[in-house]
Design a protein around this ligand. Structure first.
Ligand code: GAR
Length: 206
């Protein structure tokens, strides 16, 4: 059943989290639909995964900076998202920090998935940070996006053990398996209106 709750997914990489969210929607497990995919990387797999599913997918050039969008690019992202009338912006491996205008345009309506148990290991390659630190437990976090790096109110977390013989690749793979369970559940709960935010605390209602 098609739903009126519209999600846009932004990603820079292969798009496995997009696939988990989009396929949960298509299977009726989430009362939502992915209406748009945007990427700052022209060759990103996420664009191909979206087109295979007949979901509109666009590359928007990010501009001159390495870790954020330049003002014109930011405007182009905002326009595309407004044009698609999205209720929720879900970041899935989008490797640029979002700034003021973008955050204001979609206040309280941007979520992200991060491959660690925040607030441990924000930033890049969190699975490598976890391995190098020697923690025995890591995982993934879905959170609302604020102006900091991986710092907004936490919606849900799933833990994953770190094994003695893990490499960065095997650990990231195990974390991704957890991500593919957690992200669709969180998106479904938001689409159903079950999630309330009270300061830093996110409450799951019925
Ligand atoms: C995911 O593991 C996601 O948690 C991570 O990028 C990967 C994207 O994979 N995001 C970050 O590190 C953001 N700080 P995917 O393209 O297969 O969904």
């Amino acid at each position: 059943m098609a739903s009126d709750f519209r999600i846009a997914v932004l990603g820079s990489g292969k798009g496995s989290n997009f696939v988990s969210v989009a396929d949960a929607c298509a299977a009726g497990k989430s009362p939502a639909q992915v209406g748009l995919v945007l990427s700052d990387v022209a060759t990103a797999g996420i664009l191909d995964r979206a087109r295979e599913r007949n979901i509109p997918a666009r590359f928007i050039a990010p501009g001159q900076f390495r870790t954020k969008l330049d003002p014109q690019a930011e405007e182009a992202f905002i326009e595309a998202l407004r044009g698609a009338r999205v209720d929720l912006v879900a970041l899935a491996g989008f490797m640029r920090v979002l700034k003021g205008d973008f955050l204001r345009a979609f206040e309280g309506r941007i979520v992200n998935i991060h491959p660690s148990l925040l607030p441990s290991f924000p930033g890049l390659e969190a699975w490598k940070q976890a391995l190098n630190h020697g923690v025995k437990l890591t995982g993934c976090t879905v959170h609302f996006v604020d102006a900091g790096v991986d710092s907004g109110p936490i919606i849900a977390q799933q833990s994953v053990p770190v094994l003695d013989n893990d490499t960065p690749e095997t650990l990231h793979q195990r974390i991704q398996t957890a991500e593919h369970e957690l992200y669709p559940k969180c998106v479904a709960a938001i689409a159903r209106g079950q999630i309330a935010v009270n300061g830093r605390r996110v409450i799951w209602g019925n």
